[in-house]
Design a protein around this ligand. Sequence first.
Ligand SMILES: C[S@@+](CC[C@H](N)C(=O)[O-])C[C@H]1O[C@@H](n2cnc3c(N)ncnc32)[C@H](O)[C@@H]1O
Length: 232
Amino acid sequence: MSEVKGHRKIQSFVKRSGRLSKAQFLGLNNLWSDFGVEINDKELINFDRIFVKQNDITLEVGFGNGDSLLEMAIKQPFQNFIGIEVYEAGVGRIINEASKQNVSNLKIIKDDAVEVIANNIPDESISHFQLFFPDPWHKKKHHKRRIVQTSFLDLLSRKLKTNGTVHIATDWENYAEHIMETLEAHPHFKNIAGGHIYSERPKNRPLTKFENRGHKLGHGVWDLLFKNTKGG
Ligand SMILES: C[S@@+](CC[C@H](N)C(=O)[O-])C[C@H]1O[C@@H](n2cnc3c(N)ncnc32)[C@H](O)[C@@H]1O
């Protein structure tokens, strides 16, 4: 199958159903093998093997349609990027778009991020973690479904290097407050901006699809930047 035909086929799959099975990814062409990382049970990912150059690693969870993650990977060629997303159409889109660019510092995992971080990411391997506009779960009875919880921060602290950074952005004020309180209460994380202060939006963070939607609805945006001190 030619590459162009492969791209069109992925696009039409995404358009038609928004869902791609692993078999469909693997069967289409070499895009998945170029960018996708297959996860095996509790096996740790060997970053030396999956990346061409051994640079610091940024891990992003829930990249949505992937445009902002791809833009960051293109603009920072000396940083390696890993994106984890369950939304198949988003995974299809990012590998399709990345294949049109000369990108060798981006890898994609299509799976549940909490499971992957717990089971497959080696301890002390990540320099920077980013989470942009996570599902806010507006209703109080659903707050326990929010990804930012103390147990998730415990996990992140283990996977991040000492002095590694966490960058979270949200357009939901109540979630911003929850994230601030949970991070500040954690013994390993220190607010880079100072006690209870939200950070300026870093210049290297592109506008994301959900952020753009929030802007149109008149939402504010809160950026939080913390350092993983590991209690030191
Ligand atoms: C509100 S969207 C934000 C998408 C993107 N970051 C943006 O700003 O446009 C949240 C994304 O997180 C993904 N997500 C939620 N929980 C996840 C999990 N446990 N593992 C991987 N992705 C997850 C969803 O599929 C969705 O694409």
